[in-house]
Each structure stands twice: as structure tokens, then as C-alpha cells.
Design a protein around this ligand. Structure first.
Ligand SMILES: NC(=O)c1ccc[n+]([C@@H]2O[C@H](COP(=O)([O-])OP(=O)(O)OC[C@H]3O[C@@H](n4cnc5c(N)ncnc54)[C@H](OP(=O)(O)O)[C@@H]3O)[C@@H](O)[C@H]2O)c1
Length: 209
């Protein structure tokens, strides 16, 4: 089975790429700087490019069966690159008739099933003040994916850590017994599982350790 991963050079993306290849998936990645990719594997196809380039995004998506995006804004500037790039991903998937899309976002991007506690509201308040544009970019990205008619799952995460994989992942909604952190490795595990699992189709669960 063929996957396309966007954000494969990121902290989560590196775990995800390694796990996908170990699991035997054929993986295409579109990366701004191919020298960041240290893995060599015959199942891996590396394309150099940018998600802002619609033609490059379409080339990356062609012939895949599932798209995963663990893209994240790298700067807190009003450039909203991730949501603009997501427009290209959604258009490319439509053109190439690819239906399954799994993306990541911060848990601070609310969902209809959340019951945020005071603590969650306080963290969101800080996020909106300190990382206003990052937050806005994520909110716009999630809204675009929700509005698409694709088979999407939005995996929402709290603070990410370098802790080792535990395999113990809580899945639920914000304010309902969730912890405030999850490791990159566990997040990557959960995201990869969604490729063949439709339990969270058209849902945006929050996960934590
Ligand atoms: N880190 C956290 O504590 C945290 C908390 C809550 C939610 N999240 C969410 O979790 C996800 C993963 O986070 P992370 O910390 O693993 O991300 P990260 O390490 O910041 O990686 C972001 C990835 O996006 C890529 N990217 C950004 N702009 C791009 C562009 N214009 N074209 C192509 N690629 C682009 C980066 O590529 P380059 O390598 O080229 O820069 C990198 O691969 C994201 O959705 C993030 O919003 C993270």
C-alpha cells in the first residue's frame, strides 16, 4: 500500500516515516530539504519541493492510497503556509481520486465533543496570545479538512515530548480525562494505525499518554 507523507522531516514525521517503512508501506514524501532525510530504503521515494507548489503536491499524491500530513508551522508569522499548502493537498487528492486523509493538529483547536476544563481554557488563551499565527494557521487547516468531502481523520495532540514509545495511548476529547502530553513516537504510532482503521473517520479525537 502506498502512502504520501507531508512533514516527514519534522519531529513526529521522522518517527512516522520510519514506522511506515518498517511496516512495509511504500512511502512518497515531499520535503523542502532532502538532505534532512537520513533514511535509505527502497520503499521510499523522496521528492524535493514545497507544499505551496500545487504541481509538486499533485506529483507527491499521485497513485497513493492514503495521505498523511504532520505538517506544522515553523514560524509564528501571518503567512499561514500550512493552511495554504493544505488547499493544494485537498485539491490534489480530489484530482487524483485519493480519499483517505489523516492530519495532525493541536488539541487547542477545539472540537464539538470537547468539554475544556479551566486549565485547558487557560492553555488555549496563552497559545492564542503567544502563538497567535500558528494557532490561526492550525484552525484554518482543520476547518478546510473538515469542510472537504474526503475520508478524513484529524488527530489532535497536546504538548509533544521526546519520551520513548509507551504504546499506552488515551483516545478521547479535550477535558475528558486526557493527559497534557504525548510522545512523538506514540503520536506517530496512532497516526499510522489510522491508515487501515476507519474508527475515527470524520472525527477529530484528542490523544495523550
Ligand atoms: N510540537 C508540539 O508540542 C505540538 C503541540 C501541539 C500540536 N502540534 C502539531 O503536531 C504536528 C507535528 O508537530 P511537530 O512538532 O512534529 O512538527 P515540526 O517538528 O515543527 O515539523 C513540521 C514539519 O512541517 C514541515 N513544513 C512546514 N512548512 C512547510 C512547507 N511550507 N512545505 C513543506 N513542509 C513544510 C517542516 O519541514 P522542514 O523540515 O522543511 O521545516 C517539518 O517537516 C503538527 O501538526 C503540529 O501543529 C505540535
Amino acid at each position: 500500500m502506498r502512502l504520501t507523507i507531508f512533514g516527514a522531516t519534522g519531529r513526529t514525521g521522522q518517527y512516522l516515516l520510519e514506522e511506515a517503512l518498517t511496516a512495509g508501506y511504500e512511502v512518497t514524501i515531499l520535503v523542502r530539504d532532502p538532505s534532512k532525510v537520513k533514511i535509505k530504503n527502497s520503499l521510499l521515494k523522496i521528492l524535493a519541493g514545497n507544499i505551496q507548489n500545487a504541481a509538486q503536491v499533485e506529483q507527491a499524491v499521485a497513485a497513493c492510497e492514503c495521505v498523511i500530513s504532520v505538517l506544522g508551522p515553523t514560524e509564528n508569522k501571518p503567512i499561514y503556509e500550512i493552511s495554504a499548502g493544505t488547499d493544494n493537498i485537498l485539491a490534489a487528492m480530489k484530482k487524483q481520486s485519493v480519499r483517505r486523509l489523516v492530519i495532525s493538529a493541536g488539541a487547542g483547536v477545539g472540537g464539538p465533543n470537547d468539554s475544556p476544563a479551566l486549565f485547558n481554557l487557560f492553555i488555549n488563551f496563552l497559545l492564542k496570545i503567544l502563538s497567535r499565527h500558528v494557532y490561526a494557521d492550525m484552525v484554518q487547516t482543520v476547518a478546510k479538512v473538515r469542510a472537504s468531502d474526503l475520508d478524513w481523520t484529524i488527530v489532535r495532540v497536546p504538548m509533544l515530548t521526546d519520551d520513548p514509545r509507551t504504546g499506552k495511548i488515551q483516545v478521547g476529547y479535550v477535558g475528558k480525562g486526557m493527559d497534557v502530553r504525548i510522545s512523538y513516537a506514540d503520536m506517530a504510532d496512532f497516526i499510522l494505525k489510522q491508515v487501515k482503521d476507519n474508527a475515527y473517520l470524520h472525527k477529530a479525537p484528542a490523544i495523550s499518554n
